[in-house]
Ligand binder design. Sequence first.
Ligand code: SF4
Length: 335
Amino acid sequence: MTEHPLISTNNLTVSFPLGKNLFGPRQYIHAVAGITLDIPRGSFFGLVGESGSGKTTYGRALLKAVPISDGHVKYNDDEVSYDLAEITKPELKDYRKRAQLIFQDPYAALSPRMTVRDIIAEPLELMGLTSSREETDEKVRAIAAKCRLNLEHLRRFPHAFSGGQRQRISIARALVSNPKFVVADESVAALDVSIQADVLNLLKELQQELGLTYLFISHDLSVVAHICDQVAVMYLGRLVETAPTRELFGGPKHPYTRALLSAIPSLDPDHVSMAQKLEGEIPSPASPPPGCKFHTRCPYATDVCKKEEPVLEHISDAHTISCHRWQELDFSESA
Ligand code: SF4
């Protein structure tokens, strides 16, 4: 992996307006609130957090699939460099080839009325990436083979396939335009555990073969631990901790990260769980609490936590954290 980031976000903010308020200023939901993060080239970068943490909106913003309210998203490969906050229409058309999404639900993502060949070919035709049917077919066959689909599969309709096979079709469709960056949003969540491993291994193989960089969004930390090399943890639209996977799972520093990790079930029947139960619900992004956004659920919150929002600071080159008390808290005994 090189040090050079493929994607850099700087103070990225994505806000959605709520209905009009007759008696005051218009309210906004800040789904992503000022995220600064680098995604290195060639990385399998995990993004975790509960539902409502903003991780899906962050992923969509990197694809320019939601409007960017503030800040910047810089994309930089060997050929082009774009700032998605200022991208022009022709540049966006080109960016669509370079950045793709693998959907969560392989059952809903594929049109039941199209053959597998037409499903995979559609992005090539929409983006004008081939000049003849023969060329399209050649590209479809090539990516299908890489995704372990055979020629016979291409003639069939999606209903003839299992969940794992359908997800391989979705992956082939996402990769047929030869992207460099792929957002995989809960891409194995709808699959049985035995099938998950097969699809994860395929994603890893394709990463090596095609030089891909992934943003892997998941609520399943055991999957993230298995596949990702770096992890960022989000809470209420903000980053709370980022680190190399081993470092994060070996010694979480933020109370929220620690609570998420301690909730991973153990296969060891003699394991005595020291799980820190995460009480309550994540607050609404329409009315986030003052100070540290996690203070309403954090067992270590003090007065300063309720008043001042902590900034994201570097513990080491690759490890960042946003907590007033991280230096005092020691989770090593209870991990
Ligand atoms: Fe908990 Fe305070 Fe740290 Fe927030 S800043 S995570 S409330 S200890």
